[in-house]
Design a protein around this ligand. Structure first.
Ligand code: MN
Length: 252
């Protein structure tokens, strides 16, 4: 089986190395990932600039392809151009920093997996909570166990999973929770500064919001020490509101 490994932290990121190691005996790996960090670029794609791909020596006689583009660009280019065989699995990560709550929408890690799912390929995004010494290897091994169980089932209907791993330095995870995406956001703010030429610039700062999350949400379960698994979809339609908005009688 061919597995496309990608991420948004860049092709040399330790989380990608951990993912490669954890999946090495599951199939033949193709590594196609951004040459530069692309965190929080969401599902952006490159339309107005050329995209180049370079052979990148990953050590140990292994080479990947570094792409000058976004994570979504990487998967799109890999599937349609770079790979000589379509992947049977897209694995994105291991990302440094949880992708729960509305971070799911900002995440390049998740976007790469969504792009894989656009092609109908089972795709998984894997992230670990940010900490001083993130255990990428441990997170990737956990992801591998989950992937094995997933692939043993019918992956035809469930093509997109978002996996988050808690800080493993705080002990073994309590277990796995299949959870919904919370609405956890950020207490955002801007620092206004002045550059050496006297011009104002802004720097986004923010902390994870501390509002109560639903007890069965991804953010709450992750904070409680569980590995979370969230099946995602990319139909953003609010189906429950179609009738309501349809009833407004909108007209031109
Ligand atoms: Mn990232």
């Amino acid at each position: 089986m061919r597995i496309l490994v990608t991420n948004d932290d860049g092709i040399m990121a330790p989380g990608l190395l951990a993912m490669r190691r954890a999946l090495a005996d599951l199939g033949r790996l193709d590594v196609v990932a951004p040459t530069t960090p692309q965190s929080a670029v969401g599902h952006s794609i490159t339309l107005t600039d050329p995209i180049r791909a370079h052979r990148v020596d990953l050590g140990g006689g292994v080479a990947g392809q570094g792409v000058e583009g976004s994570p979504a660009d990487c998967v799109k280019l890999a599937v349609l151009e770079l790979l000589d065989e379509p992947p049977a699995l897209v694995a994105s990560g291991v990302n440094l920093g949880a992708n729960v709550g509305i971070n799911v929408l900002y995440s390049g890690t998740v976007a790469a997996a969504v792009e894989g799912a656009f092609f109908g390929v089972p795709s998984v995004a894997v992230s670990i909570v940010d900490s001083d010494s993130p255990n990428f290897e441990g997170a990737a091994r956990i992801a591998r166990r989950l992937i094995d169980q997933w692939l043993a089932r019918d992956v035809g209907r469930t093509t997109l999973l978002n996996v988050n791993v808690p800080d493993l330095s705080r002990g073994r995870p309590k277990g796995v929770r299949v959870t919904g995406q919370s609405l956890k956001g950020w207490r955002e703010g801007w620092q206004r500064r002045t550059d050496p030429r006297g011009r104002t610039y802004y720097w986004m700062v923010g902390d994870p919001a501390d509002e109560e999350q639903g007890a069965d949400s991804d953010a709450a379960a992750l904070a409680d020490g569980y590995v979370t698994v969230t099946p995602l979809r990319f139909d953003l339609t609010d189906h429950g509101r179609l009738d309501e908005v349809g009833g407004w009688g909108l007209a031109l």
